[in-house]
Design a protein around this ligand. Structure first.
Ligand code: NAP
Length: 533
């Protein structure tokens, strides 16, 4: 083969690879990147993928590789967007003037307008002035550090910074009439988007603080809120928690803040620093089986943790407390059920340390609402799952085992009680209900469920069918170690109130989710196996 023929062959192979996967890559990018940048990012993916394909001796030809390139491009793009947003936000705060409340009052659109005005004001500055503002406000340099870079004294650096800030402020405020006109234009053209977006309180971009950000729901909720124009802060515990990096790779817009539900002072500091409009308490020891072996820790995190967080909100929020609070309550509180289906009026009978801790959290939330007038709501959520569900939970344990069995990596899966049944929904749908609860004028408690019930046997049917196996009995062994000391048999919810008051509906059915989980687990296991070769 001549060099020309090798190149032609390579570009034909690349075209075939890209052609086959372009629609799914475009859909992937479209879900993660703001609309007007989508085509740019797709073009970048194409260009970078082709450069790499052409440069390496034996180029990969599978779709996972192509998606790896797309994932990196999307992450890079989002990181630079976040940096620009942060700078704009700080600069605009510096310039806070009489027009500011109007600029912020339309949520996400207000932010774009603000960013546009920040850009214009920055262009009006001299390069040296821009440099000092960026250095101090964006990179967080002290005046002494700035002085070292400029080769002057700290006092001179401070003076230089102040002059630049004043000039920026003037330029920002001088843009007011144009800004207002542009704002009106935006508001009328994008009115439907605004009404579906965040409801800013106090005239600025709303802020949310989420505990349990590394968990399944935390990550879905963060994506939902960012899409609605929120600034999202996620609480992370421990020293150098490796899950922090996973979360930030996945959703770079999240700002992480340290804190632990077992430590009141860290919660007060977090609420003080973030000054949130909304707090979502999703942090918990949430695995029922673990709660039996670590009951005291479960009570401390999932029960007393709620009290501590509400105390932090009460202390920081003061009188006329504007901070709204969501508590992740659970169907496990119904335990040994008194009626089927369960609704907001069904009495509780928890059957695990997890359930009893959550009942404490539920009544504490109610108590802070009634005693201190805090806008505090309980979401009594029934089981919900997704490809992000932890591997310890039974439905994900099954989809992962099915994936491994289909790839010849595992022979059987060991399970406990196959006859227990649960009401399973999709986590992405359920976080929407959490947000809707905090947008109500009055706080309240809501059951969130699909109203359909699936036994573990049916979960096995669906998961094995996804890989073409009808009879799963040779692949399943019963192991008493997975039985709970006290079982909960028949959880199924009646979400009529959430439908009526919140206008909430589940959109994805359980068989659809489960199929997607099996597909995702096969991809993950294949990628892991590929990495080991
Ligand atoms: P998950 O995946 O198990 O996540 C639990 C989160 O809690 C993790 O981010 C974990 O952080 C955090 N956490 C644990 N101990 C903590 C502590 N001491 N301080 C602060 N954070 C701590 O749970 P999920 O499925 O997303 O569920 C979210 C919430 O909804 C939980 O409260 C759960 O009980 C409740 N809920 C879930 C379901 C469901 O079916 N998924 C149903 C009803 C209610 P680390 O990563 O650092 O451990």
């Amino acid at each position: 083969m001549t060099v020309l023929e090798i190149e032609e062959d390579r570009s034909a192979r690349f075209e075939a690879l890209y052609g086959a996967h372009r629609p799914s890559i475009a859909a992937y990018v479209r879900r993660r990147v703001i609309e007007h940048d989508v085509e740019d990012v797709i073009a970048q993916v194409f260009l970078i993928a082709w450069r790499r394909f052409a440069a390496i001796p034996s180029p990969p030809e599978d779709r996972l590789w192509l998606f790896g390139v797309a994932r990196r491009m999307v992450a890079d793009h989002r990181r630079s967007t976040v940096r620009r947003r942060r700078l704009s936000q700080r600069l605009a705060e510096e310039a806070r003037g009489p027009v500011w409340p109007q600029v912020g009052s339309v949520g996400p659109v207000g932010f774009e307008t603000m960013q546009w005005r920040v850009d214009r004001a920055m262009q009006a500055l001299r390069p040296g002035e821009r440099e000092v503002l960026r250095l101090v406000l964006w990179d967080g340099a002290s005046h002494a550090e700035a002085a070292a870079l400029f080769g002057c004294t700290a006092n001179a650096a401070e003076l230089r910074y102040r002059r630049a800030r004043n000039r920026f402020r003037e330029a920002f405020l001088a843009g007011a009439p144009a800004g207002r006109a542009r704002l009106q234009e935006f508001s009328s053209s994008l009115a439907p988007r605004v009404s579906g977006g965040a409801q800013p309180r106090g005239g600025v971009m709303p802020r949310a603080l989420i505990t349990g950000i590394t968990g399944q729901d935390g990550r879905y909720l963060a994506e939902l809120l960012i899409g609605k124009g929120y600034q999202v802060h996620g609480m992370i515990r421990g020293q150098n928690n490796p899950k922090g990096r996973i979360v930030q790779d996945e959703v770079p817009e999240i700002e992480l803040i340290n804190g632990d539900l077992t430590d009141l002072s860290s919660l007060i500091a977090a609420v003080e620093q973030v000054q949130p409009d909304e707090v979502y308490n999703l942090g918990a020891i949430s695995f029922v089986k673990l709660s039996f072996s670590q009951p005291e820790l479960t009570a401390d995190v999932s029960g007393t943790g709620v009290l501590r967080l509400l105390e932090a909100i009460r202390i920081v929020g003061g009188t006329n407390n504007r901070i709204r609070f969501y508590q992740a309550a659970t169907s496990e509180m119904f335990g040994k059920v008194r009626e089927i289906p369960q609704s907001e009026t069904t009495p509780f009978h928890p059957r695990s340390p997890y359930g009893t801790a959550k009942v404490f959290g539920y009544y504490t939330t109610l108590n802070y609402r009634e005693s201190y007038g805090i806008h505090a709501s309980n979401g009594i959520l029934f089981n919900h799952t997704s490809p992000r569900r932890g591997l310890e939970f039974v439905e994900r344990k099954i989809t992962n085992a099915v994936a491994r069995i289909s790839l010849g990596l595992q022979d059987t899966v060991a399970l406990g009680n196959l006859d227990t049944s649960r009401d399973f929904g999709y986590a992405g749908d359920y976080v929407e209900a959490m947000w809707r609860m905090l947008q109500q004028d009055d706080p309240s408690d809501f059951v969130v469920a699909t109203g359909t019930r699936w036994s573990i046997r049916q979960v096995l049917d669906l998961a094995f069918q996804a890989i073409g196996i009808e009879d799963w009995s040779p692949y399943v062994v019963i192991d008493d170690r997975f039985l709970r000391p006290a079982e909960v048999d028949e959880l199924v919810g009646d979400a009529s109130r959430a439908r009526e008051v919140l206008g909430w509906e589940p959109k994805v059915t359980f068989p659809e989710i489960l199929k997607e989980m099996v597909r995702n687990d096969i991809e993950l296991e294949q990628a892991k196996a590929g990495g080991r070769e």
